[in-house]
Design a binder for this molecule. Structure first.
Ligand SMILES: Nc1ncnc2c1ncn2[C@@H]1O[C@H](COP(=O)(O)OP(=O)(O)OP(=O)(O)O)[C@@H](O)[C@H]1O
Ligand SMILES: [Mg+2]
Length: 507
């Protein structure tokens, strides 16, 4: 059942049932309601109505108008069965003189309203309209609830690595309590996702999940954002404003980028966490809010404390429970799962048939170090899907800024104490690759895992030349040993390789 929210739609598509054994009355009511509200079914007996509710292929009714005394089953039976089938169904009872006690009983059992016979049709219509409005509100609340659950609890968190499992187990364990949680980890590792999961699994899931980005606002604004302000608290404060703390009452307050909070705000936050109460800016009434705090940062807070930029006492208040999100490069098995997941997600979103990843594409993903973690992976896959034109994402569709290191070729350098020049190392590597490939640039590029264009650009920048490269007959390069000039397998680069505009300079 898709539930549209505009009220008019709901009213128009309403399903109603009239249960009444007096044929004339039943038909009269049905016709009147059909004019105003939509489709109206009729039933002359209580047992007939019950039979309808038993049919699971039939959608539930929005409103049922039923007589109290009926053949087969009573109006009260109809009421119970209808509401058992669908709690949202509003039942309006028609009672005759002398049955008012039963009507009261019916209200206790969840009837929406009743009308006493004899009645004007308008009287009934008003009640039905009210019932429909009420129903649409309930639907709206339900929809919002489901939406919230989808956002904060059910959003899929993909991964099978032990490190991620540990973080998720922790989140599950601490969710039911009110303890403050600090989620740490590099950018893009899923800190916000986990904060949402904690909220979604907590008894506060129906309450608000309010996010504040502590890094995005200057100090003065952040305070008013968090605690609100009274009218006239400062120039421009022409209205009282409720802060995020108050908004989060009954729910969770997610303090994102908490490591970037200004010193003064840190002290105020500390006080709130200690006293569990606060003041609006310019206010003198202490306010208490029932709020669970989840904070996140990609900063190393211990280091920030050492540097005097983060209050240690605030750290201890926040760091009651710590959930550490592991970086993606430490969980290659997750990289693959996530890549496949995002491929399908974007394929669906873009309506493309491309859903699989070639072995070459996966190898490139595995070789990358993912400084931007899952967010970066997600972006790379979105781009790959736009580029790919077959059924499969190929290595070439994976657009990564860093050249991948060939599998098994991870080099381990010991950086000398005095340091070294990265450019010199780069140049040595380019020369080594050229020698190895007999100065065939195409092959050297493959050895280095860069495009031909890129290598050609580097060669030009480094001023490397070779006699076999016809177009580059400049000075012989001092870095090349004399014996190498005789290399016979030199090749000529095609025009495309000379065209270097598209490559961004390195370094
Ligand atoms: N395990 C996961 N499964 C599915 N999606 C994930 C996972 N981890 C992260 N993501 C997705 O990656 C993106 C970044 O995650 P999120 O915003 O939670 O990171 P963050 O740690 O808060 O980053 P930052 O420190 O930059 O704010 C989001 O789109 C999120 O849905
Ligand atoms: Mg975040």
């Amino acid at each position: 059942m898709t539930e549209a929210s505009p009220e008019l739609d709901i009213v128009r598509s309403a399903r109603l049932l009239v249960v009444e054994d007096n044929d004339t009355l039943r038909r009269g009511i049905a016709r009147a309601l059909a004019d105003d509200f939509g489709s109206v079914d009729e039933e002359a007996t209580g047992s007939g109505a019950l039979a309808r509710f038993g049919d699971p292929t039939q959608p539930a009714y929005d409103v049922i108008v039923t007589d109290l005394r009926l053949p087969g089953a009573t109006g009260l039976d109809v009421l119970s069965a209808a509401r058992q089938r669908e709690e949202r169904t509003a039942v309006i009872l028609m009672t005759a003189y002398g049955t008012i006690d039963t009507a009261v009983e019916a209200m206790k059992r969840g009837a929406f309203d009743f009308v006493q016979k004899p009645f004007e049709l308008e009287q009934l219509e008003v009640r039905v309209a009210k019932a429909l409005e009420h129903g649409s509100l309930i639907r709206e609340v339900r929809r919002l609830r489901e939406e919230r659950a989808a956002r904060f609890g059910a959003e899929q968190i993909i991964g099978s690595s032990a490190a991620l499992e540990a973080a998720l187990t922790m989140a599950r364990k601490v969710a039911p309590s009110r303890s403050t949680v600090l989620v740490t980890g590099e950018t893009g590792t899923g800190k916000e996702l986990v904060a949402g999961r904690i909220h979604g699994l907590s008894p506060r899931a129906d309450g608000p999940f309010i996010k504040v980005n502590c890094a995005a606002l200057p100090e003065t604004l952040l305070e008013s954002e968090l605690f609100g302000h009274e009218r006239g608290a400062f120039t421009g404060a022409d209205r009282t404003r409720i802060g995020r703390f108050e908004q989060a009452h009954g729910g969770t307050l997610f303090l994102d980028e908490v490591g970037d909070m200004a010193a003064a705000t840190q002290s105020k936050l500390l006080r709130v966490l200690q006293d569990r109460e606060f003041f609006r800016l310019g206010g003198n009434k202490a306010i208490r809010a029932d709020v669970r705090i989840v904070a996140a940062t990609n900063q190393d807070l211990e280091q920030e404390i050492q540097a005097g930029r983060f209050r240690e006492d605030l750290f201890f208040r926040l760091n009651v429970i710590r959930i550490q999100m592991p970086p993606l490069r430490e969980r290659p098995e997750d990289t693959e799962l996530l890549a496949r997941h995002f491929a399908v997600e974007f394929a669906d979103e873009l309506g493309r048939p491309t859903r699989a990843l070639s072995e070459g594409a996966l190898a490139r993903l595995r070789a990358h170090r993912w400084p931007g973690n899952v967010r970066e992976l997600r972006n790379v896959l979105e781009r790959a899907l736009l580029l790919a034109d077959g059924e499969c994402i190929e290595a070439d569709d994976i657009d990564l800024p860093e050249p991948p290191v060939a599998a098994g070729a991870a080099l381990h350098f010991d950086l000398p104490a005095e340091g070294l020049s990265l450019r010199a190392v780069e140049r040595d590597l380019v020369l080594a690759a050229l020698r190895k490939s007999g100065f065939v640039q195409k092959d050297a590029a493959a050895l280095l895992g860069v495009s031909r264009r890129k290598l050609n650009y580097m060669i030009q920048r480094m001023g490397i030349t070779h006699p076999s490269w016809r177009r580059n007959r400049a000075e012989p390069d001092a870095g090349l040993g004399g014996g190498l000039w005789g290399a016979e397998s030199g090749s000529f680069e095609d025009d495309e390789a000379q065209d270097v505009e598209e490559d961004a300079p390195i370094g």
